[in-house]
Design a protein around this ligand. Sequence first.
Ligand code: 0O2
Length: 221
Amino acid sequence: EAMEWAQKKSRELSRLMSYYRCAMMEIETKLNVLNEEFSWEKDHNPISSIRKRLKSLPSIREKLDRRGFPVSIDSIEENLNDVAGVRVICSFPEDVYAIRDALLTQDDLTLLEEKDYVKNPKPNGYRSLHLIMSIPIYLAHEKKMMKVEIQLRTIAMDFWASLEHQLRYKKEVLFTKEMAHELSECARISADLDLRMDNLRKGVEEQHSERHLSAVEGGKP
Ligand code: 0O2
């Protein structure tokens, strides 16, 4: 009987994980649609790449344990926001906010929580915009609301975060004061790069619209 119960539980868990995968697919499609649309408006693709990940079962268990929540299927849905994670790597900082604003106007999406580490970077220098959104998935007989964590960041923000993550998680050592300082210096340089590239983008766009205007005016009789 215990075996049967365990099997039932594991089926339920696999099913829940599959619902999270469905929610990520829905979000990814929305992002692809926005990328298509914005590429007309902005003359560049705002999204450079999209990565998805489902939190592993050991990490789910560890996080629930660490935060003192029960380890059960209901508890996963109730207490964890980042089982489904979609990372959106944008070209320019402006694109991060354009995608965010567009997602927030979609009436089937609900914003549950927002953390803006772009405007307010973490003390170590980490920058990204995090949205916890609730999205419906349409199953054969019901509509189910699922939570997805969407992390929006530029290529420069992702460069820093990916390398910092590797350094932090791979080894079981702590950063010395000097290392932490060096990392935050690298974060500052990456923020500066974003600013400079964004200024270049503005310059190019201004030139482009001036040309366009003079072409239109030149065409007048
Ligand atoms: P992984 O391996 O990416 O999954 P919450 O999860 O919202 O309940 P928290 O900690 O308040 O808890 O969330 P927060 O601050 O929004 O950050 C969650 C995720 O953001 C992390 O997930 C990382 O992906 C990313 N992140 C946050 N801070 C840093 C940082 O300093 N460096 C890097 N590289 N990434 C960061 P996980 O589960 O920690 O990791």
